[in-house]
Design a protein around this ligand. Structure first.
Ligand code: HPA
Length: 257
């Protein structure tokens, strides 16, 4: 798909010039307190497909973080498991780039793979394992996530009272959750969390020269052999909503560092 956002967004005419682009994953409800906020539903933007996943609002919010920078938030993303091609799954990043954004924060819901981790924990993504996603032509293997930004955010989050985990995110296509054998295998690969998004967006953004920060909200912990059997999308959305308060605090500090 050749995305055409120009009918909607002429960046020179935007009333607010955002500095950070933020993508929210399943069930995550944060940054509701933006000043001068205005929302645009994806359906009104030429070139954006429809979101079909429960827990994804399908809205772009512009606004200023109180006392901080202007941000543009994509409340909902497009997954390959919905049947979207790679171009759809990364079109928010393309839109952000068109608007001139150079700093991207990706969030997602993910299954934890470490004993001792709990639903509601937040994990800074240090790196990822791209296990199933196709790559854009020209994208190389590289350091995708901005480590210095991540370090700063972990420090500032701790100062704000939120202690974060850090680790490696394994990206799988989904939409089904992992079998016990897959969980054991993922643990052996060095993955700390597993999810069904983020990797294509992070890869594209890094290849476009954007600074990328990514945070997983651990919604379920997949470590016991039968844990994944009971995981369902409703649970994921529910836990993500509950963890949103801590994530909200982290996003506030991330947009100041
Ligand atoms: N596996 C894959 N994706 C997920 C999970 C999981 O356990 N939890 C939330 N998204």
């Amino acid at each position: 798909m050749e995305a055409n956002f120009s009918d909607f967004f002429d960046s020179s005419r935007l009333p607010l010039r955002p500095e950070f682009g933020i993508v929210l994953g399943s069930g995550i409800v944060v940054l509701e307190d933006l000043e001068d906020r205005f929302d645009v539903s994806y359906g009104r933007i030429q070139g954006l497909p429809k979101t079909t996943v429960a827990g994804h609002q399908g809205v772009l919010s512009f606004g200023r973080i109180p006392g901080g920078p202007v941000v543009l938030i994509a409340r909902g993303r497009f997954h390959l498991y919905e049947g979207h091609p790679l171009e759809h799954s990364t079109c928010i990043v393309r839109l952000f780039e068109k608007i001139g954004l150079r700093k991207l924060i990706l969030t997602n819901a993910a299954g934890g793979l470490k004993a001792g981790w709990w639903p509601g924990d937040l994990m800074l993504i240090r790196d990822h394992l791209n296990l199933q996603f196709p790559r854009h032509e020209g994208e190389g293997q590289r350091n995708v996530y901005d480590q210095a930004w991540g370090d700063q955010v972990m420090r500032d989050a701790a100062f704000a009272g939120v202690s974060m985990r850090a680790g490696v995110y394994a990206g799988l296509l989904g939409p089904t959750y992992e079998t016990p054998a897959e969980v054991r295998w993922l643990q052996k690969t060095g993955a700390d969390a597993v999810g069904m998004s983020t990797v294509p967006e992070a890869n594209l953004a890094a290849s476009l020269g954007m600074k990328v920060l990514a945070i997983s909200c651990i919604t379920n912990v997949a470590v016991s052999p039968d844990a994944q059997a009971s995981t369902c999308h409703e649970e994921v959305v529910d836990v993500a909503k509950k963890a949103s308060q801590a994530l909200d605090a982290v996003l506030h500090v991330a947009c100041r560092s």
